[in-house]
Each structure stands twice: as structure tokens, then as C-alpha cells.
Design a protein around this ligand. Structure first.
Ligand SMILES: N[C@@H]1[C@@H](O)[C@H](O)[C@@H](COP(=O)(O)O)O[C@@H]1O
Length: 323
């Protein structure tokens, strides 16, 4: 079922039973980062209901008291991580409406969710139909159907531009990725800085791509928080990647860049502007930063994987031992 139809059916039912109170986003790791965009959108734009984001296991063990039949839970797992399936069951038991986002129609996520969104995934995924795009799409539908959101049509137009931006940006980043891989292949720690929805890109690049897939230490760092402790570690040796967003949080990134230009020396800037994001209208562009930047940062780390001869698929523990 399409996001539009899902939200319209949910709204019709909730309207009879007291309306919508809160929207929860729940997932682990890369999937939590992927649905962060929907959370950021609602947190910034919704006027009549609240939103929050949870790690799946925390949602199961520290279930919010507010969770009830007037809540919608958007819960995401590509292949049905056990604690995320458990989160769907927890929400179902409380009477909440569950939308399970998953990679395949046969997963335990699909079996347990009241509504199911199967998203494009894998090497040849269509990004405008991937997990990040679908989380955002559900968010825009909620805003439109509950609050008559005036930027809805512009946002729908933005989805039609996502794939072409990424295709071009991947070509643009190729040379930069080769240079990056050669220069940084032996470094052991990276700071990845960003703000707004792109904070989830910093998280994905650090947790999933550097740590999980390259076994390199990496710290996701909010550009606003950087000045409240972490900047004391800055020196001319520390490798820093700054993901610069378009939109309302750009001043935070510019402040960090100004400081880094003065006190750091090994800084790689990936700027959404340079990636061509500006063919999306200014009024909604910020919500698409991470959709555009994740495939790009991933190709940078993948290039490093090639140079290091450390496959992105290699794991020591994940799916191999009990945890
Ligand atoms: N990088 C992600 C991890 O962060 C995540 O834990 C795992 C399972 O994710 P999912 O629950 O979406 O299947 O997939 C990838 O490896």
C-alpha cells in the first residue's frame, strides 16, 4: 500500500477514536538513521502532534507511558532484526498503529506490522524509493493529511529529483573518493560532523560504514555540540569529515568550518550544495540532505575498502556469534 493510502486509512480510523497524539520512529543502527529524516521533518514542522525516535530494544524495555491507540509507530528493519520485530509486537500490544518498513514482503516485520511498506534496497536500489525516502514520504503524508501542509506539492516534486541528483553526485565524488582513500587508508580514527537531518548521515557513516564495515573508529559529531567539549581534541592530525547541509542548520556547519579552517588541517568537506541538491526547492531542501548524502559518503568509504582490501561485507561478530 502507498504511504498516502496508509495514512488516509489510519486517519479515518483514528478520527473516530480520539485522533493522533504522537508518532514514534523505532529502529536500530542504519535503519534508525534511515528513518531519522521522517522524525526530523515532523519534529520541525508538525503543529498538532508530537514525535520521538527510539532504539528498538530501548522501546521494548523502556516503553513510553504515552504509547496507546492514539499513536502511530513507524518501525524499520531491512531483514527483521529480532529486537525491532519485538518493538512492533510491543506497539501492537499497546494498541498503537504500526507501520512496518522492511526490505522484503516475507520478513517477520511484514508479518507483524499492521501496515507494511517494502522499500527498495541493495546495490541497485532506487533511492527515491529507499528507506530514507519512505520515512520522509510517510512524514509528508502525515503533515498534509492532518495539517494541510502547504509545502506538500513541492516536497512531492523533490522526490522526482532525488535519483538524478545522486547519479550525478556519485560521478562527481569519484575522484575525491580515490584521493580520500589513498590519504586516509591507514588512519585509525575519524570524526564525522553534521547537523539537522544530516546528523543521521554522520551516524551512518560512523557506525555502519567506518566501524561496522571497515573496523575503524569513528565518532559522529553534531556541529552544534562540537563547541561544547569535543573541539578541545582538534589538532592538525585528526581526520575530520564535515558533511555540510543545505537549509536551516547550515549556519551550524559554517561555524564549524570556520573553526576547522583555522585549527585543523586534515578536513574533508562534503557539501550538499556541491552535490547538486539545489535543484530541489529551498522550502523543502533541508529534508533531503541525508537522502542525497548517504550514498555519497558510502561510496567514499567503499573506495577506502577497495584500497585496503577489506570488503564492506566482512564481519567478525554481526550475524555470526550470539549477541
Ligand atoms: N549497518 C546496519 C546495521 O546498523 C544494522 O544493525 C543491520 C540490521 O539492520 P536491519 O534491522 O535494518 O535489518 O544492518 C546493517 O548492517
Amino acid at each position: 500500500m502507498e504511504a498516502k493510502q496508509i495514512i488516509s486509512e489510519i486517519k479515518a480510523n483514528l478520527d473516530k477514536t480520539g485522533g493522533l497524539k504522537h508518532v514514534y520512529f523505532v529502529a536500530c543502527g542504519g535503519s534508525q538513521a534511515a528513518i531519522f529524516g521522517g522524525y526530523y521533518l515532523l519534529n520541525k514542522e508538525a503543529k498538532t502532534f508530537g514525535t520521538s525516535i527510539f532504539n528498538s530494544n530501548e522501546f521494548v524495555h523502556a516503553t513510553p507511558a504515552m504509547l496507546d491507540e492514539n499513536c502511530i509507530c513507524i518501525i524499520c528493519s531491512l531483514k527483521a532484526t529480532p529486537e525491532t520485530v519485538e518493538a512492533v509486537k510491543t506497539a501492537n500490544k499497546r494498541g498503537a498503529v504500526t507501520i512496518a518498513m522492511t526490505g522484503f514482503p516475507t520478513t517477520d516485520m511484514a508479518k507483524n506490522g499492521q501496515y507494511v511498506v517494502v522499500y527498495s534496497n541493495g546495490e541497485n536500489q532506487i533511492y527515491s524509493q529507499g528507506n530514507q525516502a519512505n520515512s520522509l514520504r510517510i512524514g509528508f503524508e502525515l503533515l498534509k493529511q492532518y495539517e494541510g501542509y502547504d509545502k506538500y506539492d513541492t516536497a512531492m516534486d523533490a522526490f522526482t529529483k532525488v535519483d538524478q541528483i545522486i547519479e550525478k553526485a556519485k560521478k562527481y565524488i569519484d575522484k575525491i573518493a580515490i584521493k580520500f582513500a589513498e590519504e586516509y587508508k591507514d588512519d585509525e580514527i575519524f570524526y564525522v560532523m553534521a547537523s539537522g537531518p544530516a546528523y543521521s548521515t554522520a551516524y551512518t557513516m560512523s557506525y555502519c560504514h567506518f566501524m561496522e564495515m571497515q573496523w575503524k573508529h569513528a565518532v559522529p559529531m553534531h556541529t552544534g555540540e562540537y563547541f561544547h567539549g569535543p573541539f578541545e581534541t582538534t589538532d592538525k592530525n585528526l581526520p575530520i569529515i564535515l558533511l555540510m547541509s543545505e537549509g536551516s542548520t547550515r549556519p551550524l556547519d559554517e561555524r564549524a568550518l570556520k573553526f576547522l579552517n583555522r585549527y585543523a588541517a586534515r578536513v574533508t568537506v562534503i557539501d550538499a550544495k556541491e552535490l547538486g541538491i539545489n535543484i530541489i526547492d529551498d522550502s523543502v531542501v533541508e529534508f533531503f540532505n541525508s537522502v542525497i548524502m548517504v550514498p555519497i559518503e558510502r561510496s567514499i568509504v567503499s573506495k577506502m575498502a577497495e584500497v585496503r582490501n577489506h570488503s564492506m561485507d566482512q564481519r567478525r561478530y554481526m550475524w555470526k556469534v550470539e549477541y
